[in-house]
Design a protein around this ligand. Structure first.
Ligand SMILES: [Zn+2]
Ligand SMILES: [Zn+2]
Length: 343
């Protein structure tokens, strides 16, 4: 089968021929990949920006962690899944050895190993996954929507971490898929106003508009930063979904007294902010990373209720042999979600 892989500790990804996954053992299953999304972290791995050095000893690795498909083989110890089941797959596998895992709270595992980063992922015809990570999807959800579950659950988890409530004024920095999804789940959680900011981001801000958001700011345009501050200053919550260190400074400046900045972008530089202002205004910074199982269930329910809203987040659909072009589109911010169909 073909697979899109990281083969060397330098920039670039490679489409190459690899063997099919071996017969699943124990509680593993083989999933035939129906749809897999290109994620911002895949772009980081492609560029080989700092933060992914842990992959060096594991290469070559097939990328791809946002996916859904059909189970085609099950290991001898699998009881809750059968061949033919349609599933979305939680890509992060707990280690079962760290203190959190041994205490039965594997969602706090410190050594989670994610498919598509630590082990071969889903930019391929088939992928070996663990049965406990497979969530059956309802008939109302087709595979391309089911493949959105992972990034949407990352966003829904961040909205829960921030504690968005009725009437809140919320600013989302970053109009990519994660930012768009944070905005949607903030709105579903009762936020009264949701603003979304980009930087030289006309296409993705248009995507936000099509999702029903009107307070949109392109900070590359003259005077927009001032307009944002005038219209949304004193926000209850700011979500930082850009990975740019300037967003931390901007985000804190937008908050009201005791406001909360939730950081979920992956940063390749350290952030700087005024500690004195931070303390005097009693601001809070919270981190959200990855997702929890209950958020997966919530996201699947939300998509099944309003599939056409979420479908608007998918801007491009490509076969696997055009995945490199898809990476290019995502890099240039010329796409929202690029969905790859390997089979
Ligand atoms: Zn992702
Ligand atoms: Zn663990």
């Amino acid at each position: 089968m073909q697979a899109l892989r990281k083969v060397a500790a330098q920039g670039g990804v490679t489409l190459e021929e690899v063997p099919d996954p071996k017969r699943p053992e124990g509680t593993d299953v083989v999933v035939e990949v129906a749809a897999v999304g290109i994620c911002g972290s895949d772009l980081h791995v492609d560029d080989w920006t700092p933060g992914y050095e842990f992959m060096t000893d594991l290469l070559p690795v097939t990328l791809g962690h946002e996916f859904a498909g059909r189970v085609t083989a099950v290991g001898p110890d699998v009881t809750q899944l059968a061949v033919g089941d349609r599933v979305a797959v939680m890509p992060a596998a707990p280690c079962h050895a760290c203190p959190a895992c041994r205490a039965g709270d594997s969602e706090k595992c410190q050594n989670k190993q994610t498919l598509g980063l630590y082990r071969d992922g889903a930019f391929a015809g088939k992928v070996l996954a663990r049965a406990s990570g497979c969530l059956p999807i309802p008939d109302a959800l087709d595979f391309e929507l089911a493949a959105l579950t992972e990034p949407l659950a990352v966003a829904a988890t961040a909205v829960r971490v921030g504690g968005v409530g009725q009437g809140d004024r919320v600013v989302v920095l970053g109009p990519g898929i994660i930012g768009q999804a944070v905005a949607i789940f903030a709105r579903l959680s009762g936020a009264a106003e949701v603003a979304i900011c980009g930087f030289d981001d006309a296409l993705r801000l248009d995507a936000c508009r099509s999702l029903g958001f009107e307070r949109l700011y392109d900070l590359a345009e003259d005077g927009t930063r001032e307009r944002l501050m005038a219209e949304m200053g004193g926000a209850d919550l700011v979500f930082e979904a850009t990975g740019q260190s300037i967003s931390v400074t901007d985000g804190l400046a937008l908050l009201r007294m005791e406001g909360i900045l939730v950081m979920l972008g992956i940063h390749c530089r350290d952030a700087q902010f005024s500690a004195t202002d931070f303390v005097r205004r009693r601001l809070q910074i919270r981190a959200s990373h990855s997702s929890r199982r209950r958020e997966w269930t919530r996201v699947i329910d939300a998509m099944a209720r309003d599939p056409e809203l979420f479908r608007k987040m998918i801007s491009h659909r490509l076969p696997l042999n055009e995945a490199v072009r898809g990476f290019g589109l995502a890099h240039e911010k010329a796409a929202s979600k690029v969905m790859i169909f390997p089979n």
